[in-house]
Design a protein. Structure first.
Length: 608
């Protein structure tokens, strides 16, 4: 601050015509800024003038007086050109160091007569105050502090002096801390840019990043893990515009233009390493040893969290009535988000086992699946039963439409305390060659380590039997099925597929199934149970006979549809709305007509 006060005194003397030493002004700008921005002495004085005009009203007024415009108390570019010795046109044009780094700005239309401006990020930093840059909000920000040790195969720190470094992997929770450790080794800070959030015009972003490179010595780390082709083009413009080498986070070591780069494959921590991390972090919760050991293994298997995220989840659980449940829910909240519109995330089911009206053997199979998913890490990984494979579980739910397959998947995920990602086939399947594999690859990559349960509804659309090759379309369709078989086999979590066309699934896929749960058409007693709970307590009903209602051959989805239709019919009538057997009979007839199915006399026997 002493240097800034000296510069203020010097500028006031210069503005009123008194000679002053240029060094006193230039020294107010930190030497690191000048070195990283390549600022000459005159350019440093320009930045200091712009900043002081914001910070000190006396300096601003003196600028107006020196220009003969007391009503405009600010400096202009022409004033700076007149008063700063050695300041030339090369310094003040847009490619000059101070303007290119975003340390000062002028209005482009009338630069010489326009106000000389200093961004808040710059003048605040001169006073020792750090403020966020609004240009980078939600797009870029500082990365985590380095909390991991660099592996022996990491590139040397001075690599960034001449080449880009590409960190290769699919797990962001591993790559970002590794990038932070690598940049810290070089003695610099990290500025992570999400390529998938870049706007069409990246010029303001480039200038803001250059400013951070000057002020903080930041290395630009471009996260391309979820970038589309369009965003990759924008990222290329950004990489060309920022200064020096960059670090890229990629799923594969691809080139970006003609820039030279060093690839670095960053392997995710092993299950053993993740378990040890959780075991250490869970120690403050004072759990029994066997309970802590089991929880550490399950958490390590389900979630790929950074060390910082693990610390946060455990801190969140201290003092909670059920600390392990709290840790689990917090870990799920920290997990990876699904990729854009390809996935619909189902909220936790409130139905539970009691609300899932299925045959006893179906419910037993579902409970066995939940138990297997809970113990998967122990059996497949710790006990070595995966035999070199990922050790994930794949379940097939098969049966007629409306028999509760999707609801059962929601209950399974809810019982496991995990999110359910339903794959939107309309967004995933593409007529363009290679696009379907690309979309599904993004889903599987994002799901690894997120703890999510994957749900493929109508899986026969994806996993159909491979056919004889008669044209190129058949060949590429078979390649798609082969890709899907490979990816679902290498997936380390729980994947559930539903279909009502089991016989159309590829035989190679069926051999990879952990379990098949067959949902049948509900028997009469099951239909009665469904009718007994289909109307919430708030719905007014009168004289309903669930045994007679159960005579109609309806699935669970059909019963819900008829009940909803009956509720609307009740509100449309005169008087107080109430659902009666007569209204339900009308709703059933309408529904059956819509389904092109005739009602038998036996189904409606005794309704009148």
């Amino acid at each position: 601050m002493r240097e800034l006060e000296a510069a203020r005194t010097a500028w006031l003397a210069r503005l009123d015509g008194t000679e002053t030493s240029a060094e006193r002004i230039a020294d107010a700008l930190p030497a690191g800024w000048r070195a990283r921005g390549g600022l000459s002495g005159p350019e440093a004085e320009l930045v200091v003038l712009a900043a002081l005009a914001v910070l000190d009203g006396t300096v601003a007024a003196a600028c107006g007086q020196a220009r003969g415009c007391l009503e405009e108390p600010w400096p202009t570019l022409s004033l700076a050109m007149r008063l700063i010795p050695g300041l030339s046109w090369a310094h003040v044009v847009s490619t000059g160091a101070a303007r290119a780094a975003g340390l000062v700005a002028v209005d482009p239309d009338v630069p010489m007569r326009s106000r000389l401006r200093c961004p808040e990020r710059v003048w605040a930093a001169l006073t020792g105050t750090r403020v966020p840059d609004p240009t980078l909000a939600n797009i870029a920000g500082p990365g985590p502090r380095s909390s991991v040790a660099l592996h022996h195969d990491a590139p040397p720190a001075d690599t960034l002096k001449s080449r880009d470094v590409v960190l290769v992997g699919s797990d962001r929770e591993t790559l970002v801390p590794a990038a932070a450790a690598f940049v810290a080794q070089a003695g610099q800070s990290l500025l992570r840019v999400r390529a998938d959030l870049l706007p069409e015009n990246v010029v303001p972003i480039v200038v803001a990043i250059r400013r951070e490179q000057v002020l903080e010595g930041a290395v630009c780390v471009v996260d391309l893990l979820d970038a589309s082709d369009a965003h990759r083009v924008r990222a290329w413009r950004l990489v060309r515009g920022v200064w020096g080498s960059v670090v890229r986070l990629e799923r594969s070591p691809v080139a970006m233009g003609e820039r030279s780069f060093v690839p670095w494959l960053v392997a995710a921590p092993s299950l053993l390493e993740r378990t040890e991390g959780w075991r250490t972090d869970l120690a403050p919760l004072s759990l029994p040893d066997d309970q802590r050991e089991a929880a550490a293994l399950r958490l390590a298997d389900a979630f790929r969290l950074s060390a910082d995220a693990r610390h946060t989840t455990v801190a969140h659980a201290k003092g909670a009535p059920d600390p392990l449940a709290s840790v689990w829910s917090a870990a799920a909240a920290h997990s990876v988000r699904p990729p854009g519109r390809l996935v619909h995330v189902h909220t936790a089911s409130t139905v539970g086992w009691g609300g899932l009206v299925v045959e006893d053997d179906v419910q037993s199979a579902l409970r066995a699946l939940v138990n297997a998913a809970r113990d998967r890490a122990r059996v497949m990984s710790a006990w070595g039963m995966a035999v070199g494979r990922a050790g994930g579980l794949t379940a097939l739910f098969t049966g007629p439409s409306g028999t509760g397959k999707t609801l059962a998947a929601e209950v399974v995920a809810s019982e496991l305390g995990l999110a359910l990602w339903r794959i939107d086939l309309s967004m995933v399947v593409s007529k363009y060659i290679g696009e379907t594999e690309k979309h599904l690859g993004a889903v599987f990559d994002a799901a690894e380590g997120s703890g999510a349960v994957l749900l493929f509804d109508e899986a026969d659309a994806l996993f159909a039997q491979r056919s004889d090759v008669s044209d190129s379309r058949d060949r590429y369709a078979n390649l798609e099925v082969g890709f899907l078989l490979q990816r679902i086999e290498s997936f380390g979590g729980l994947a559930i597929l539903t279909t009502n066309l089991e016989d159309q699934l590829d035989a190679a896929f069926q051999r990879r199934l952990f379990t098949v749960v067959r949902f049948g058409f509900p028997a009469r007693e099951r239909r009665a149970a469904l009718w007994a709970r289909v109307f919430p307590p708030a719905v007014p009903t009168s004289g309903l006979d669930v045994d007679r209602l159960a005579q109609v051959q309806l699935t669970g989805a059909g019963i819900r549809a008829v009940a909803t239709r009956a509720a609307f019919l009740a509100t449309a009538g005169e008087g107080s709305p109430v659902v009666t057997m007569a209204i339900l009979a009308e709703a059933v007839r309408t529904w059956m007509h819509q389904q092109r199915r005739a009602l038998s006399a036996r189904e409606l026997e005794g309704w009148d």
